[in-house]
Design a protein around this ligand. Structure first.
Ligand code: PMP
Length: 347
């Protein structure tokens, strides 16, 4: 997370805006917090150029709750939704949706351990929506451009948990996007959902009040107690991004970081990327030993240089550098230097 956001949070936890109260003690109905929520939503609308016919809400339960909430609100039992199986999170979304309607899997790269995205989709012409995971956090693949829906009336539902606010977004075919905050937006504890007005209210199924998007839209994300402290950190992260120049600027910075790291993985004789080049994610960069190597030894070598949490996800092994928005270029440079030092020691 950006240092500025952490410093502001530390100060606010002790004394919120000179109120003599801690951020952690503030009521969500108090004016400063009402203002905070409004500013935070406004920053998202500004940074992503969210059109007026989309609502932005803040929920709890993580992106994982959205795997159920989406079909519960948007898909009736006798309707079809297309889903793309591009990673473990996508597969979890598929599993949950199956309880609410007919789920048609348009592509799957599971048999090749999700090392690329199959963009040749088999869509059903009647699908209400097409679900994609824009960035596959564990495997390090990203949809560089979003696919079109085959059904002209259909819309995209996009899990952007691990690349939200990393690049500009075209809302043209988007019905709903969702993202847990804990990568590019702030800490865990709050999930953002952006929904086009017209897609709601079309089903006659009973939806529990807390799981109905309309509840949270109607009450400005304060139907019940929102996670105020997490939203504060999101606010300061968004302010940081805005001051930096917004998503166009961060996209360039992200590409600079990713390009140099992928170039080093390509050049370094010890490592290789398991991911097909055209789908490589600028957010999560997995790499493995080109031949045999001692993973623990390299992780220890990195840790000695202050480079932590580089272990790949347990389902794929190897290494993964998550270089989200707030990771400075110097962090990537330090990893590249460590990879080069390790290589020279081994040859
Ligand atoms: N989708 C994606 C793409 C993710 O990366 C994650 C979490 N890493 C999730 C969904 C699940 O998010 P949460 O833990 O907030 O439920």
């Amino acid at each position: 997370m950006p240092d500025e956001a952490l410093e502001d949070t530390a100060a606010a936890v002790v004394n919120y805006n000179d109120s003599g109260m801690s951020l952690l003690e503030m009521s969500h109905r108090s004016q400063p917090i009402v203002d905070l929520m409004e500013e935070t939503t406004g920053l998202v609308r500004h940074l992503l150029a969210v059109p007026d016919n989309y609502q932005i809400i803040w929920l709890q339960g993580g992106a994982s709750t959205q795997f159920s909430m989406i079909p519960m609100n948007l898909l009736s039992e006798n309707e079809i939704a297309d889903y793309t199986d591009t990673g473990s999170w996508a597969a979890k979304a598929i599993k949950e949706a199956q309880a609410y309607g007919s789920v048609h899997v348009s592509c799957s790269t599971k048999s090749s351990i999700y090392n690329h995205i199959n963009k040749d989709l088999q869509q059903s012409s009647k699908a209400i929506y097409l679900h994609i995971t824009s960035n596959n956090t564990i495997y390090g693949t990203q949809w560089k451009t979003f696919p079109d829906t085959l059904n002209p009336e259909g819309y995209l539902v996009v899990d952007m948990s691990s690349d939200i606010l990393s690049r500009p977004l075209d809302f043209n075919s988007i019905g709903l996007i969702y993202a847990g905050a804990q990568k590019n937006m702030g800490p865990a504890g709050v999930t953002m959902v952006i929904i086009r007005d017209d897609i709601l209210g079309k089903l006659d199924r009973h939806i529990p009040t807390m799981l109905d998007y309309r509840t949270h839209i109607d009450k400005g994300s304060a139907f019940n107690t929102p996670p105020v402290s997490a939203i504060f950190v999101v606010n300061r992260t968004l302010r940081w991004l805005n001051d930096l120049g917004g998503v166009q600027v961060i996209e360039k910075k992200n590409m600079t970081k990713a390009d140099k790291l992928y170039a080093e993985i390509e050049r370094n004789l010890l490592f290789k990327s398991p991911i097909s080049e055209e789908d490589q994610s600028p957010m999560n960069v997995p790499f493995v030993f080109a031949e045999n190597g001692d993973e623990k030894e390299f992780l220890d070598f990195c840790a000695e240089r202050g480079l932590l949490t580089l272990k790949g996800h347990r389902s794929v092994g190897g290494f993964r550098a998550s270089i989200y928005n707030a990771m400075p270029e110097a962090g990537v440079d330090a990893l590249i230097a460590a990879m080069q030092e390790y290589e020279s020691q081994r040859s």
